[in-house]
Design a protein around this ligand. Structure first.
Ligand code: UT7
Length: 323
């Protein structure tokens, strides 16, 4: 028997306020047509004034617990992927822990920007396989609207707020790719590219800042590196694109999603796409897409799912799992 970290439940939360592309036209030299054609984004959700990342994360976590039919006491750990925590410390994960009423176990944040959920999944998988935790809540939650320069049309039209959560629990398989659960992970980063996507402020520099991005450069890296990491993760377990039921990519740009699918030899009807409705929600985008994909009836028990993401760092990676 082989130990596996198996999906027990999934859920998400999106704030009520929906901002349509056309709303940018009053204050910026942009258009619904430009945003749709260059990014595939049609609308995004924005957190209410005063609403925090930990608040959205807690709501997504509750939805995942309900989906799994589990109680808070059934959890051993919470890992929260975010670049927009409520405070510098404590971690947003411990705030979620308190909000949920969880008084045992442990909670911590992971910061790998848009790749954060992939990093968090890999960490949760390792905790379960090593026996340090039996059941882990993994959350991606972001309030990127708070780090937007709302006068910069090249960035502010692309991002949104939201949260998604997934529960992994210890299970058993026979050690083949037919097992349910996480089958492989592939993590990468290369800090030489830190200047093409970053926030120009922080604590030790004693500044506050906004997201800055060289979109074209990030785009170029994205298609190449996402296809490569997904292929590597599949190869680790002897699989290819032909074995994949669903690609659940980070939702940054429909053209990146299409380009990556093409490189993997997959048609778009095997890809879960939510970018039109959510925009880029950074670490929240994959768990949001997993939850929406399940709700739509796309992702079903036993399906082979590949998730992949890239973001600031650059940091990128992929996880192959059987749902
Ligand atoms: O999640 C982290 C990873 N992030 C990403 O994956 C984002 C990657 N990059 C992208 O998605 C795309 O590069 C963008 C959507 C950001 C931009 O698309 P693009 O096709 O690369 O456009 P561009 O940056 O080359 O800009 C084309 C033109 C420029 O004008 P000129 O220099 O050709 O006159 C921009 O100034 O479009 C202009 N532009 C806009 N025009 C109208 C930039 N933003 C806008 C805008 N509305 N919002």
């Amino acid at each position: 028997m082989t130990k596996r970290a198996v999906v027990a439940g999934v859920g998400h939360y999106l704030p009520d306020r929906i901002m349509k592309n056309s709303e940018f036209e009053a204050s910026l030299d942009t258009s619904d047509e430009w945003i749709r054609s260059r990014s595939g984004i049609e609308r995004r959700h924005l957190a209410a004034p005063g609403q925090t990342t930990s608040d959205m994360a807690t709501r997504a976590a509750r939805a995942a617990l309900a989906d799994a039919g589990l109680a808070v006491d059934d959890l051993d750990a919470i890992i929260l992927a975010t670049s927009t925590a409520d405070f510098i410390f404590p971690s947003a994960a411990t705030m979620v822990q308190a909000e949920l009423g969880m008084t045992k176990g442990f909670a911590f944040d992971v910061q790998a920007v848009c790749a954060g959920f992939i990093y968090a999944l890999a960490n949760a998988n390792a905790l379960i396989l090593s026996g340090q935790a039996g059941r882990v809540m993994i959350i991606g939650a972001e309030t990127f609207s708070r780090i937007m320069d709302w006068t910069d049309r090249s960035t502010c039209v692309l991002f949104g707020d939201g949260a998604g959560a997934l529960i992994l629990e210890a299970g058993e398989g026979d050690g083949t790719p037919a097992d349910r659960g996480v089958l492989s992970t592939d993590l990468n980063s290369d800090g030489r590219f830190r200047d093409i996507l970053y926030v120009d402020g922080g604590v030790s520099t004693q500044t506050t800042g906004y997201l800055r991005m060289e979109g074209k450069e990030v785009f170029r890296h994205a298609v190449e590196k996402l296809a490569a990491t997904a292929t590597t993760a599949l190869e680790k377990v002897g699989l290819t694109g032909a074995d994949v039921d669903w690609v659940v990519p980070h939702q940054a740009n429909i053209r990146i999603i299409q380009g990556t699918a093409k490189k993997l030899g997959l048609s778009m009807d095997r890809v879960v796409v939510t970018v039109q409705d959510h925009g880029n929600t950074s670490a929240a985008s994959i768990p949001l897409a997993l939850s929406v994909g399940k709700e739509r009836g796309q992702i079903k028990r036993g399906d082979l799912v590949v998730t992949e993401a890239i973001g600031g760092g650059l940091a990128w990676g992929a996880v192959v799992l059987r749902w």
